[in-house]
Write a protein that binds this ligand. Structure first.
Ligand code: HEM
Length: 162
C-alpha cells in the first residue's frame, strides 16, 4: 500500500473512531445519565450504570486507541508537529488534550481508583454523585464537540480565531 493510501486509511479510521467514541459520550451524557438520575431506586440506578457504562468503557478504550494512533500517524505523515507551536492550530491542541484526558481516565484512573471511589461516593449520596458525574460528562462532551467543529473547519483552512 502506498504511503498516501495509508494516510487516507488513517483519516478514515480517525473519523470513524471519533464518531463512535464521541457519539457514545453524547449518548451517555444526554440520554443515559439523565434517565438514571430520574430512577428512584438508587441501588438499581448504580447497577444499571455499572453494566451499561462498563460496556461503553470497553468500546471507548478501543476507539480512543484507534483515534490516537491514526491522529499521530497523520501528523507524522504530514510532518506537521510544528502545529503544536502555533495558536492557529488550537484545534490540534484541543483534540490532543481531549484524547489525553480520556486516555488517562480510561486506562489509568478508572482501573486504579476511580471505579472504587465512584462506588463509595454513590453509596453515601447517590443523587449528588450522579449530579457531579453528569456535570463532568457535560464539560467533556462540550469540549469534544468544539474539537470536532474546530478540526473539520480547520482542516479546510478556516481560521477565524487567530
Ligand atoms: C492524539 C490525539 C489526536 C491527534 C494527534 C489528532 C490529529 C489529527 C490530524 C493530524 C488530523 C488531520 C489534520 C489535517 O488533515 O490537516 C485530524 C483530523 C481530525 N480530528 Fe484529530 N487528532 C487527535 C484526536 C482527536 C480527537 C479526540 C477528536 C475528537 C474529539 C478528533 C477529531 C478530528 C476531526 C473531526 C478531524 C477532521 C477530519 C476531517 O474533516 O477530515 N481528533 N486529527
Amino acid at each position: 500500500m502506498k504511503n498516501f493510501d495509508l494516510f487516507i486509511v488513517a483519516r478514515v479510521l480517525h473519523v470513524l473512531g471519533v464518531v463512535l467514541w464521541i457519539g457514545g459520550v453524547a449518548f451517555v451524557t444526554t440520554v443515559l445519565i439523565p434517565a438514571l438520575r430520574r430512577m428512584p431506586d438508587q441501588e438499581k440506578r448504580y447497577d444499571l450504570f455499572e453494566t451499561l457504562e462498563g460496556r461503553f468503557s470497553f468500546q471507548a478504550k478501543i476507539t480512543t486507541a484507534i483515534t490516537g494512533v491514526s491522529g499521530l500517524y497523520m501528523l507524522y505523515y504530514m510532518d506537521a508537529w510544528g502545529r503544536y507551536l502555533s495558536l492557529s492550530f488550537w484545534w490540534v491542541h484541543l483534540m490532543t488534550l481531549m484524547w489525553l484526558i480520556f486516555t488517562v481516565v480510561l486506562f489509568i484512573l478508572e482501573p486504579l481508583f476511580l471505579h472504587k471511589w465512584f462506588h463509595d461516593q454513590a453509596e453515601q449520596d447517590s443523587d449528588r454523585t450522579f449530579s457531579v458525574l453528569h456535570n463532568l460528562h457535560k464539560v467533556l462532551l462540550t469540549l469534544s464537540l468544539i474539537s470536532v467543529l474546530g478540526a473539520v473547519a480547520g482542516v479546510r483552512g478556516f481560521q477565524y480565531f487567530f
